[in-house]
Design a protein around this ligand. Sequence first.
Ligand SMILES: CC(C)(COP(=O)(O)OP(=O)(O)OC[C@H]1O[C@@H](n2cnc3c(N)ncnc32)[C@H](O)[C@@H]1OP(=O)(O)O)[C@@H](O)C(=O)NCCC(=O)NCCS
Length: 156
Amino acid sequence: MLPADLDAVLRIQAACYPAVMQEPATVVAARMAVACGTCLVGSHEGVVRGYLFAYPSRLGLVTELNAPFTPARQPDTLYLHDLAIEPCALGCGLARALVDDALRRARALGLAHAALVSVQDSAGFWQALGWRAAATHDAGLDTYPPGALYMVRTPA
Ligand SMILES: CC(C)(COP(=O)(O)OP(=O)(O)OC[C@H]1O[C@@H](n2cnc3c(N)ncnc32)[C@H](O)[C@@H]1OP(=O)(O)O)[C@@H](O)C(=O)NCCC(=O)NCCS
């Protein structure tokens, strides 16, 4: 993901989430800057149609909605904050490709875990990709709409 992708990312976010979950452009741009090695875009037929925001964190920690990324000094986890595919490109395998790429990067960074918060009834999708529900006591989970679920897997 490059700064030039910001407009596409905001367009995809607008298409994929309700108003209450839209994160401001300033926050999104700051995240790209602080975690450029683990934030990815995916193209379909030459157009950016999907994105994945992730950064090195610690197991059990949740990024609050609208909060900046604070990469951990001694990370053990790749935290996937947001994965979204524009509706016109759903079902093309773009989401799986982005997650696979992120997990490869987690392995290259020597991270033992990957984690995320599943929203919008996406738990079935994540389970299909090898993730499982896990406990967290991080109050950041409460910043998400009801039904949000903390999930983990190993990057291997
Ligand atoms: C969740 C989302 C990223 C999935 O995108 P997608 O385009 O359907 O994903 P892919 O085409 O890469 O599918 C990957 C696999 O997941 C499976 N899958 C997709 N949705 C599924 C679901 N709800 N339940 C079970 N499996 C699912 C697909 O069948 C596919 O399996 P296969 O590779 O064995 O054929 C997409 O629906 C989305 O952007 N939703 C809006 C944003 C959102 O809520 N993101 C989740 C944030 S936690």
